[in-house]
Design a protein around this ligand. Sequence first.
Ligand code: ZN
Ligand code: ZN
Length: 267
Amino acid sequence: MIISAHLGCLLLLATGLGLGAAIWALGLYLVRMLATTAIYHRLVTHGSYQAPRLVWWLGSIVAASAGQMGPSWWKSHHQQHHLHVDTAADPHTPLQPVGGWRGFWRSQLGWLLAPSFHPQHLPADVERDPVLRTIDRLHFLPVLALAGLSWQLGGLEWLAAFCLSTTLLFHGVASVNSVAHLVGEQPFCTGDASRNNRWVALVTLGEGWHNLHHGFQGSVRQGFTVENGQVRLLPDPTYRFICLLQACGWASRLRIPSHHALLARAS
Ligand SMILES: [Zn+2]
Ligand SMILES: [Zn+2]
């Protein structure tokens, strides 16, 4: 799917990108990035808040439409990342078994071409839900449906815009695995290479505050840092989106670390 999206970007050479198609690409990027960060990552994987099953199901369909695979696949690999962070058993660290540009390539895309692409163990809680299990196995259908809708709405140009949006989203999410383990600040003691990187936070709507995330995996808000002995808030659009869900009654019991806990982990 992702390789097809990359190749589909070549269509832009023939079609160009008009304003309508560009807005379509941007809208798809924002909505599907939020589904990936707020649903796949902060809800399904880390349980940093609670939500009705409908939010799990709809959010997972939207995240799957970004070519991010299914909820069981996503959670399984991400759990392995946290469990074995920056060791040889981490599925996508840029530091092992080799660093440099080869390590960067592996963490950005190459790891998806390895035999470990298929996870050994699927998360039991996701697998117990028949709807989530079905979305996981049929994860390619939402991608194809959205590609078809783009084609219907605006022909080849909008299909190319869909491919561009999907490709940029893929590299945005992947930059958390690569760049946010290489470049940035480490305001918290986490014992790994995770970093807070503002550019990654910008393109991932708040996921680039990755050093905080490795220190406080269950925190629904990742936009925290510590400066001069004081906790400072950082922009976190995904957290704002989850607050919006809460205001609508679709999210509850948001988990936030206390300032005392944040300061205790400060480096
Ligand atoms: Zn990480
Ligand atoms: Zn995580």
